[in-house]
Design a protein around this ligand. Structure first.
Ligand code: FAD
Length: 318
């Protein structure tokens, strides 16, 4: 089932999740155990992130550094297929522009189509510290809008090269939105114009970057509607669970931590920080659900315990 159909047919609040593949060599069972812990809460769909190759430097005995290029967290498509087949839960594999040629992307889309996975999230991808050399006869999508265009073309049976009797795919396409604007965009209006281009190219819904102050989300949705974006905009939430998050989340994701939350975390003993983050996320989620959001999407990495504490609470008060 497509995410857009799930949203349209929902009769109550939906809570979806986003997980990350384990590090290379890690266990699929670890991922499936996280999903299993979420099954009692009927996840409507689960996103699985994608990670391009990076370069790491290994120090040799003579002191020189040897670069090693590798994808630290491969396995997105396999994990999606495993979750769908073991639990019957819809999955949303993330696809990236950066680090993948359009030909590799077409292959991945064919793979997903054959696996019966009907949803994809189209993204530019984080800035890698490594740029894969691209053969002269290959091309790379630059912006997410280019990737959306490629997928929308395949949905019309248009592959990269003309193919006789090419079977059209049927993907529901999600894209990213930034309530506090994308860090490279000069202003929010510019960023929303680029978001609108992704919708016009064929995207069906938006999932937002995490935010800790709901006012950012409400303002963003209002501006999107004023600028003619009418698709569902799913708010993304993260539970702050460690003191380290106070620096890490703003620097990595370019989001603001409200003063009240930062002050509470700063004053707390480290072991009490998860309780503070859970209480904050409960309040955020409650307000968002009261406002009638289509779904709440939790970024959980590979941990189910904190989000369970939030979702159990939401179920109790529903
Ligand atoms: P785009 O929509 O391409 O936008 C990137 C920037 O370029 C923006 O500033 C935009 O305003 C600007 N822009 C867009 N189009 C144009 C244009 N035509 N001309 C000029 N400027 C333009 N990263 C990963 O590596 N793996 C993941 O799995 C992953 N999952 C994510 C999931 C969500 C829900 C979100 C919000 C982010 C995720 N990211 C992931 C991070 C994302 O890849 C980065 O934030 C990336 O920098 C931007 O991706 P995008 O798809 O929003 O890019």
């Amino acid at each position: 089932m497509k995410v857009i159909e799930i949203l349209e047919q929902a009769t109550g609040p939906l809570i979806s999740y986003e997980i990350i593949p384990p590090r290379r060599g890690g266990s699929l069972e670890e991922v499936l155990a996280v999903v299993e812990a979420l099954i009692p809460f009927d996840p409507p769909f689960i996103d699985v992130t994608s990670h391009a190759a990076e370069v790491e430097y290994e120090q040799l005995p003579d002191g020189t550094l040897r670069p090693r290029v590798k994808r630290k967290r491969p396995g997105t498509i396999g994990i999606c297929a495993a979750i769908k087949s073991r639990f019957g839960v819809e999955t949303v594999p993330h696809l990236l522009c950066r680090g993948f040629t359009r030909e590799e992307t077409e292959d991945a889309l064919i793979e997903l189509h054959y696996l019966g996975i009907q949803n994809v999230m189209a993204l530019q991808g984080d800035s890698p510290n490594y740029r894969k050399p691209i053969p002269p006869d290959r091309t790379v999508n630059e912006y997410a809008v280019d990737l959306v265009q490629q997928i929308a073309n395949m949905n019309r049976g248009i592959y990269l090269e003309p193919l006789e009797d090419a079977v059209p795919t049927d993907f529901c396409i999600g894209v990213a939105g930034y309530p506090e604007k994308h860090f490279e965009a000069p202003n929010l209006t510019w960023d929303i114009l680029n978001l609108k281009r992704k919708i016009e190219a064929g995207a069906h819904y938006v999932t937002t970057q995490m935010f800790f102050d709901n006012r950012h989300y409400f303002r963003f949705v209002k501006r999107c509607r004023e600028m003619g974006i009418n698709v569902p905009i799913i708010p993304g939430l993260k539970i702050l669970t460690s003191k380290r998050h106070l620096q890490l989340l703003p620097s990595r994701f370019h989001v603001e931590i409200p003063e009240a939350l930062a002050a509470e975390v700063e004053a707390a003993r480290p072991e009490h920080v998860p309780e503070i983050g859970i209480a904050w996320a409960r309040r955020q989620a409650e307000e968002l659900l009261e406002a009638g959001v289509p779904c709440i999407h939790f970024y959980i990495m590979l941990r189910a315990d904190h989000v369970r504490a939030v979702v159990e609470y939401l179920r109790k008060i529903a």
